[in-house]
Design a protein around this ligand. Structure first.
Ligand SMILES: [Zn+2]
Length: 311
């Protein structure tokens, strides 16, 4: 009898705690919303709640820049009533970007905001920087287009989506302010950041530079460019090691989804120059949420890690 109860309670748990993935793949009658990145999916989940089925296409620590469709992705894309993606050139894997370009219900959230307010976005060497989720206040602006698109698909829940969107905006603005005060509490001469690739310009501009600081680009450097699948030259490595020496930086930060070879090379070059550079034991989350449960957790982790190792 006890065993039967155990089996029954396990079945009950399994039913209640059904992974979202599974319900997305089943016929539920709900609007099905696919997001390319876990960061976008997290916001969509907060706004859509139980009233939608949602799924992130790119999971774990997979690189969103170069992600190519794998077995099973076609079905996920085919089931989507609505797709949200980052845009600004982030998802440039050929098989995925082809789908996004031609899907009638695929919304590039970054491009939508960029058209409304281009000055909020960063251009690096003539290329739009796609990593705008690194500025929590800027990323919060995606909530309005998410609410609008969900409401169009399920108008009966429009007021609910709007209400949840407002709550989420408030939470994000609180996180933004707490990151800002945490980072600004670090002495200005210590607020220089080196990571694996160019994912942190928005972070540097919003949180590391002083308000209105014109030279905010000088707060951050990385050996690998806007997409970590690009080429890295000896000149890139040299520029980073010079940056470290110039600002007497002692810690560099690996990113959860990128190998540490370039940072190790840089640390070795610096050692030759007499500067002891350590690689922080806790990685930052740049392109992915990794195993973090939410976007806000990811940003909190980044803030706490920097707060611990930068000063
Ligand atoms: Zn990136």
């Amino acid at each position: 009898m006890r065993q039967l109860l155990l089996v029954l309670s396990l079945c009950f748990l399994a039913a209640c705690g059904k992974p979202v993935n599974q319900s997305y793949m089943e016929e539920s009658g709900k609007v099905k919303v696919l997001s390319t990145t876990a960061m976008i999916d997290d916001l969509v989940a907060a706004v859509g709640g139980e009233e939608i089925d949602h799924l992130s296409l790119i999971v774990g620590d997979l690189d969103p820049h170069s992600y190519e469709l794998v077995k099973g992705d076609d079905e996920k894309l085919a089931r989507a009533d609505l797709i949200f993606y980052n845009g600004l050139g982030l998802e440039h894997g050929a098989s995925l970007s082809k789908h996004l370009d031609f899907h009638p219900e695929a919304l590039p959230l970054g491009d939508i905001l960029y058209r409304q307010n281009p000055d909020s976005f960063i251009v690096i060497e003539g290329q739009l920087d796609p990593h705008f989720w690194m500025d929590v206040a800027l990323f919060a602006q995606t909530i309005d287009p998410i609410v609008a698109a969900l409401s169009k698909k399920a108008p009966q829940y429009a007021s609910l989506f709007k209400e949840r969107g407002e709550v989420l905006k408030k939470e994000m603005m609180e996180r933004d302010q707490s990151l800002l005060s945490k980072m600004q509490a670090i002495p200005a001469e210590k607020r220089y950041l080196v990571t694996s690739h160019d994912a942190f310009y928005y972070f540097a501009k919003r949180y590391l530079a002083a308000p209105e600081e014109k030279e905010w680009k000088n707060r951050f450097i990385a050996p690998e460019g806007l997409a970590p699948d690009g080429q890295m030259s000896i000149l890139d490595i040299q520029a980073v090691s010079e940056f470290l020496c110039a600002h007497h930086i002692e810690t560099v930060f690996p990113e959860s989804n990128i190998n540490q070879d370039a940072l190790k090379k840089i640390a070795a070059i610096c050692k030759e120059k007499g500067l002891d550079v350590k690689i922080a034991p806790a990685p930052l989350y740049g392109d992915t949420m990794g195993e973090k449960e939410s976007y806000l957790e990811m940003m909190k982790h980044n803030g706490e890690t920097l707060n611990h190792y930068l000063p």
